[in-house]
Design a protein around this ligand. Structure first.
Ligand code: AGP
Length: 608
């Protein structure tokens, strides 16, 4: 949930580490800190607040000379955001400094033991225990000390460690929290994610679980948890370097909303060959696809919402029963998987702790898992049996938009592939679906053209207290995502309900002027949703409808209508979500919220 960066080489470390941290602020942004090793001494500066505070405090790193350094941007888990709880943490003499992303689960027991040995703790964090344990085991050989500590700690961690007595080295370790190492002619790097070092190098190593890395000037060494040296293959990152920059947009979120036509194209195009859907990564024959009896989809947040949409799509188009679970529930509910079950986990980051645990649970029960993942080389991508990448590129804004769209596209492809293999989608329907799928990017583009209209409408709701999103079937899945976007970016309280469920309770919350966003893209359900709109309108609600071109009948029941282009109803999610994303974005901008880094949130939730 935090971000770590380290650099050692021929250049000044602090500015490079600060720059790297600025690309990781999406992972946590309540405090930040640096440890720089210079002339055998470790200098530490940390500050509560955004990274800017630390940058100002250190004059962009100038006040911290030295060519080896580690840094951290924090999303607090143990102990409130404060200077003291910020990382790096260090031993009493200040000769060992540690930055940590993850959670040390047995830290209370370890802390007690270290206190009994006379160690004093100055923070409330779990991480500080690592600094003291390292101190305890360090007898001149860092690798030996680290491996001893690793055998004692339980939990998840990516660590960057400096030893004052070893000015030519930085050490790093990974278990269940992401970590990459990189190299160029000027030195070596570690980071929690690629964008942090993309400016400096494209030669990257994905550090595996329980591996130790030594960054030694211009060379990287890898070791097992038992200290044996390992050989690792480098990966070349081919992302566009601008992908992680704002490129003139006011916020990453807006830029990413605008990238959606490309995201859909990039996810779909490589998998349509000669008029057929080809998903090589599935590694399943048509016969195997025919034998699937049930699909379990497991994910969190927005990724879960794509799963909810997929349930309607798979059951409607492919006639396979689908269960969708929030990962944090799936992992602890003793899920019953039966022969013929296919498990799909969906994750942008590929690091979400609950989704990863769900994947492991399914594998433990002997089932193969398909990961629909955006971040290449992430934990879920590596642990899933098969991976279908969503080619959305780096997504920086904490509120997902383009990765969500890419996930939907991947699920459409999967549904079409399954339907084709199982004979539920005949030639004619398949042809129509393919044509509609190909039209989606242009149709999204058209919707983006309505930006100003949506902004004007959103400005009216900057002061809103509660907003409701309702819809039936796939429209309910869209409502869930519309509501989440609004909550997380603008802090407006919002609920999503199946439209037919309103009168079973929530309708009592409707007051004069309450905005109800009614999503109605499924022709079969138009009339039903209109009835629900009329019901809330009669209780004073202001109804904004999102519906398909041609559904003029809705104008009788709605106060304001946004039309989306006509497409196959199974793909409507990809279109209807665009105005809802823009709406949330502009309400948040209107309220002066920190759109890309909403309070209390982090992009990658690597803790339970
Ligand atoms: C989406 O806007 C959220 N920030 C969040 O719900 C997110 O979708 C969820 O945490 C899952 O993340 P993942 O896709 O990286 O697994």
């Amino acid at each position: 949930m935090c971000g770590i960066v380290g650099y050692i080489g021929s250049r000044e470390a602090a500015p490079i580490v600060l720059d790297g941290l600025s690309k990781l602020e999406y992972r946590g942004y309540d405090s930040a800190g640096l440890a720089i090793l210079n002339n055998g001494e470790i200098q530490i500066t940390k500050a509560v607040g955004r990274l800017k505070v630390l940058e100002n405090l250190t004059h962009g790193g100038e006040t911290m000379p030295g060519s080896a350094g580690i840094g951290h941007t924090r999303w607090a888990t143990h102990g409130a955001p404060s200077d003291m709880n910020s990382h790096p943490h260090f031993n009493k003499e200040g000769t060992i400094a540690v930055v940590h992303n993850g959670i040390i689960e047995n830290y209370i027991a370890l802390k007690k033991k270290m206190q009994d040995k006379g160690y004093e703790f100055v923070s409330e964090t779990d991480t500080e225990v690592l600094a003291h344990l390292l101190d305890y085991y360090y007898k001149g050989n860092p690798l030996e000390a680290i491996t001893k500590v690793l055998h004692r700690v339980e939990g998840s961690y990516a660590l960057g460690i400096l030893f004052a007595e070893h000015p030519g080295d930085i050490y790093a370790v990974r278990k269940d929290s992401p970590l990459i190492a990189g190299q160029n002619d000027d030195g070596c790097f570690i980071a929690s994610d690629v964008p942090a070092i993309l400016k400096y190098t494209r030669t990257v190593y994905y550090v595996d679980n329980q591996e130790v890395v030594r960054l030694s000037g211009d060379k990287l060494y890898f070791y097992s948890v038992d200290g044996e040296e390992l050989n690792k293959e480098a990966v070349t990152i081919d992302w566009d370097a601008n992908a992680a920059e704002k490129e003139g947009y006011e916020h990453f979120m807006l830029k990413e909303i605008y990238e959606q036509p490309k995201t859909v194209t990039d996810t779909v195009s490589p998998r349509v060959k000669n008029g057929e859907i080809v998903i090589e990564e599935l590694n399943m024959t048509d016969e195997e696809l025919q034998n699937i009896k049930r699909i379990h989809i497991v994910a969190c947040g927005s990724a879960y919402h794509t799963g909810v949409a997929a349930k309607y799509i798979f059951e409607g188009l492919v006639r396979i029963p689908v269960e969708v679970d929030v990962a944090s529930e799936f992992r602890y509910r003793s899920p019953i998987l039966q022969e013929g079950s296919m498990v799909i986990v969906i994750s942008q980051s590929g690091e979400t702790a609950d989704t990863l645990a769900a994947l492991r649970e399914a594998k433990k029960q002997g089932y193969k898992v398909l990961g629909i993942v955006n971040v290449v080389g992430s934990s879920i991508a590596r642990e899933a049996d098969n991976v279908m990448y969503t080619w959305a590129g780096p997504e920086i804004a904490v509120a997902t938009t383009k990765a969500y769209s890419a996930q939907l596209s991947a699920l459409y492809l999967l549904a079409m592939k399954l339907g084709r293999a199982r004979g539920t989608i005949g030639d004619e329907l398949f042809g129509e679906l393919l044509e509609d799928l190909r039209k989606l990017p242009n149709q999204i583009e058209l919707l983006l053209g309505q930006k100003q209209k949506i902004q004007r409408f959103a400005n009216r709701y900057v002061g809103a207290k509660d907003i409701f999103f309702v819809g039936r079937g796939i429209d309910y899945a869209i409502s869930l995502e519309g509501s989440l976007k609004l909550k997380e970016t603008s802090y407006v309280h919002s609920e999503a309900y199946p439209a037919g469920e309103l009168k079973h309770g929530p309708i009592s919350l409707i007051e004069d002027g309450t905005l109800v966003v009614a999503v109605s893209t499924q022709p079969m359900l138009y009339q039903k949703t209109i009835s629900n709109m009329v019901e809330v309108k009669a209780r004073g609600a202001f109804v904004m409808a999102v519906t398909c071109e041609g559904n003029k009948a809705i104008e009788k029941a709605a106060d304001y209508v946004l039309y989306i282009p006509e497409s196959n109803p199974y793909f409507a999610n990809s279109l209807a979500i665009i105005p809802l994303q823009l709406f949330s974005y502009y309400v948040a901008v209107g309220k002066g919220c920190d759109v890309d880094k909403p309070r209390n949130l982090a992009k990658s939730v690597t803790v339970e």
